[in-house]
Design a protein around this ligand. Structure first.
Ligand code: GDP
Ligand code: IMO
Ligand code: MG
Length: 413
């Protein structure tokens, strides 16, 4: 049985928290796309863990964690994360031999290109994600399994560096010396070699077990269906998780969509419900809305039902988790976007170009008291009404309402 957790907005919905919460029910937790651009925060017994490449199942003693073929792996980051948890976690970690590697020059290209774009910058995390996926699609990338034969890999990379010399010089991107390259690749093979396997076969061999696919980034950052070009470079939606793991569609049992009770975005690009006033600032402060990966302040605004419905449909969500409801404590009124206006015309669908739309809001009453509870009946009445309003409008069961960062601060309906 395979279930999937996927973000419904622009990332940072709280996927890590829900993966950690439910991980005890699963034998295998799998990351299938993205790389260390992700930042999944998990809080257990007051201790905060920030995971970038490791699946959020690592905080659970039982689950085996898999980094699937669709992930782009920066080996240095993976080694760093493994070391921060202790080498014991290697016993329950596997990395796909088909996963592509992020090398230092990918990171340098990402950052140089962002600089050259100036005001049109995407606002990437600067982690080399786009350039690594570009090489994969151009069929000039290198895969984790290639660390097995370092001589051959060095030949391949030397040729690649030569072919790209003009472009690298233009961007000011340095390439490593042959000795440095060899030393680095050897270190990665020594540290990670035992973990690198054919994870496709591993997953197929374990199809009788319970598996959880952990999405990174989110629907509106999807390379095809997101707000292009202000997106990430992978398919972040449910179907991307299947490609990125080798699991066939018919094995998918349940899709759980994760959304915040409001909306945030890091990086540039359209965001119709962004609030530039006091409300936006209040959400940022109450929600601690600063990036897990880059520390950037997140742009904040209201819940967008049109975008959520689009995301629920794209992913085929069976149920939804609404996160961080507690952050909306103390607002007199809470707004929800229920439609867009484009050239004076009202639309109720998510358009291919989001730039020009104006949000149409309904205003609901806020609540007195706090949503920091763990039972539905203890939620303030207006908080319940807020959740029910969203549920009706996205036409999908809201199964979880998260009311705090801790594992147990969750209402399960
Ligand atoms: P992810 O990338 O989707 O895993 O989300 P992030 O970890 O980047 O961002 C979510 C942040 O909100 C993290 O700091 C979590 O600890 C925190 N968080 C998650 N759920 C809740 C909640 O219900 N209430 C509050 N106040 N914080 C939460
Ligand atoms: P998690 O998994 C939020 C955003 C970047 C930028 C765009 C492209 O924690 O939800 P990239 O470095 O991927 O080329 O940047 O995507 N972005 C995220 N925003 N959460 C993330 O991951 C993100 N990963 C990438 O800010 O706008
Ligand atoms: Mg995050």
């Amino acid at each position: 049985m395979v279930d999937l957790i996927v973000g419904l907005q622009w990332g940072d919905e709280g996927k890590g928290k829900i993966v950690d919460l439910v991980a005890k029910n699963y034998d295998i937790v799998i990351r299938s796309q993205g790389g260390h651009n992700a930042g999944h925060t998990v809080v257990v017994n007051g201790k905060k863990y920030a995971l970038h490449l490791l699946p959020s199942g690592v905080l659970n003693p039982n689950a085996t964690n898999v980094i699937g073929n669709g992930v782009v792996v920066y080996p240095k980051q993976l080694i760093k994360e493994i070391n921060s948890f202790g080498h014991d976690i290697k016993k329950k970690l596997l990395v796909s031999d088909k996963a592509h590697m992020i090398l230092d020059h990918h990171i340098a290209i990402d950052q140089a290109r962002e600089k050259l774009r100036g005001k049109n910058a995407i606002g990437t995390t600067g982690r080399g994600i786009g350039p690594a996926y570009a090489d994969k699609i151009a069929r000039v990338g290198v895969r984790m399994g290639e660390l097995k034969n370092i001589d051959k890999l060095i030949d391949k990379l030397t040729h690649y560096y030569e072919m790209n010399k003009g472009y690298f010089d233009y961007l000011g991107v340095k390439i490593p010396s042959a000795e440095d390259l060899r030393a680095e690749l050897q270190e990665w093979q020594d540290e990670l070699g035992e973990l690198i396997v054919n994870t496709t076969n591993y997953l197929w061999d374990n199809m009788d077990k319970n598996m959880l696919l952990e999405g990174a980034q989110a629907t509106l950052l999807d390379i095809d269906h997101g707000t292009y070009p202000y997106v990430t470079s992978s398919n972040t939606i449910a179907s991307g998780a299947l490609t990125g793991s080798g699991i066939a569609p018919k094995n998918l049992n349940k899709v759980i969509g994760i959304a915040k009770a409001y909306t945030t975005r890091v990086g540039n690009g359209p965001f119709p419900t962004e609030d530039f006033g006091e409300a936006g600032d209040k959400i940022r402060e109450q929600g601690g809305e600063y990036g897990t990966t880059t520390g950037r302040p997140r742009r904040c605004g209201w819940f967008d039902v049109v975008a959520a419905r689009y995301a629920v449909t794209l992913n085929g969500c069976d149920e939804v988790a609404i996160m961080k409801l507690d952050v909306l404590d103390g607002f007199d009124k809470v707004k929800v976007c229920v439609g867009y206006e484009i050239d004076g015309k009202k639309i109720d669908y998510f358009p291919s170009e989001l730039d020009e739309v104006k949000p149409v809001y309904v205003e609901l009453d806020g609540w007195n008291g706090s949503a920091r509870v763990t039972k539905w009946e203890d939620l303030p009445e207006n908080a319940q009404k807020y959740i029910e309003f969203i549920e009706e409008n996205i036409d999908t069961k809201i199964k979880y309402v998260s009311t705090g960062a801790e594992r147990n601060a969750t209402v399960i309906r």
